[in-house]
Design a protein around this ligand. Structure first.
Ligand code: PLP
Length: 369
């Protein structure tokens, strides 16, 4: 493995220091929750090694969401570990993978660290970040071990519909390859949620997490779902070699949260939709940025209009050091510096609006005169 730190992690706000940030628009999750606000009691918990697949009752709850059995769910330490387990189970050096780009950085960096041969399925601003099925078809060869997609998408917030998901899965089955679908933002879809893709075929592996929709990244609970028994056995072997089992503390918190999911998540959904209407209104009333309107998640990926002549280093310097506003820079996603990921549901609505206006001010001040 060729491990290399990714810009998104090197420049993560938790390393920069939350105390140095006024408006934090760099986060990709809902506001981090306080344990004391969740009414969770873990006093009777025995601190043993848990079930290696993960707490059975928690896997049962997750399974119910997608018509699975608990045995078709493997808990992992966040979706990040789930992605690592799947990538390292499928790929060795020089194996071929197709990965959507732009993407959440790990989805690209882990295959790269393995030394896999990567073909990128480019999602372009000009096409509304739309997935071109014909382009995907062309990239898949007899050597393709895995196709890696993310929906709702990070950093753009775009989504596909169920017909397209089914067409993608049909393509996988026809070509004899497998789909890894990162569904970490699934609960945050604005309209109807897609089915858990792994429920549609045993050629699909779905991944998700407690981190984003519920604002619980600190408990490091994610999962892999697949109906493919052989894959699940390999993923369990990988997990046992990495960490044996999850933290039982994390599992218990996730379990008690999901038991009351609707109670907790209904206000989260309302806040996300409120913040989305704030940023949508902002985008409609300014002339410096353009975007593809998201359909889910809590992030979007606008860019400074190409015709505006801006010194990008100066823009980022002013935005961060003068206005103390933190955004996800384009290079976190291997994109041009004119792009920025804006997370619109981590900081307060007031800070969101203030941060958005700071972006406009920084653009004005960084224009070439
Ligand atoms: C699309 C996507 N997948 C996976 C992850 C990893 O999440 P976690 O490991 O916190 O569950 C992230 C985090 O940003 C993400 O955006």
């Amino acid at each position: 493995m060729l491990y290399k730190r990714m810009p998104i992690e090197i420049e993560a706000p938790e390393g920069f220091g939350y105390e140095n940030i006024d408006c934090n628009l760099s986060e990709s999750s809902f506001t981090d929750q306080k344990l004391g606000d969740l009414g969770i009691n873990i006093n009777d918990l025995v601190l043993l090694y848990g079930d290696h697949k993960g707490k059975p009752e928690l896997r049962e709850l997750i399974a119910q969401d997608g018509h699975f059995t608990a045995d078709e769910v493997l808990l992992t330490s966040g979706a990040a570990t789930a992605l690592f387990i799947v990538a390292t189970s499928f790929l060795e050096k020089n194996d071929h993978i197709v990965v959507a780009k732009t993407n959440y950085a790990t989805n690209i960096e882990t295959p790269r660290a393995i030394g896999a041969e990567i073909s990128y399925l480019n999602l372009r601003f000009e096409d509304g970040f739309n997935l071109d099925l014909k382009a995907l078809d062309k990239l898949i060869t007899k050597r393709t071990k895995l196709v890696s997609l993310t929906y709702p998408h990070n950093p753009t917030g775009v989504l596909i519909n169920e017909a397209k998901l089914k067409a993608i899965i049909e393509l996988m089955e026809r070509k004899g390859t497998y789909l890894l679908l990162d569904e970490t933002y699934r609960d945050m879809s604005f309209g109807n949620k897609l089915p858990v893709a792994a429920s549609l075929s045993d050629s699909v592996i779905s991944i998700s997490s407690m981190s984003k929709s519920y604002g619980l990244p600190g408990i490091r609970i994610g999962w892999i779902v697949s109906k493919n028994k052989q894959f699940m056995e390999t993923f369990l072997a990988a997990k046992e070699q990495i960490c044996i089992a999850n933290s039982v503390v994390d599992e218990e918190i996730a379990f008690q949260y999901l038991q009351k999911k609707e109670q907790f998540f209904a206000p989260v959904r309302d806040t996300i939709l409120k913040n989305f209407s704030i940023i949508k209104d902002f985008m409609a009333h300014q002339n410096s940025l353009e975007w593809v309107e998201p359909q889910g998640g809590c992030v979007c990926f606008p860019r400074i209009k190409p015709e505006i002549d801006v010194n990008m280093d100066k823009f980022h310097d002013i935005l961060l050091n003068q206005y103390k506003t933190y955004i996800g820079r384009g290079h976190w996603f291997e994109e041009d510096a004119r792009y920025m990921r804006i997370g619109y549901s981590w900081d307060t609505s007031e800070k969101l609006l203030k941060g958005l206006n700071n972006i406009l001010k920084a653009i004005e001040e960084a224009k070439h005169s």
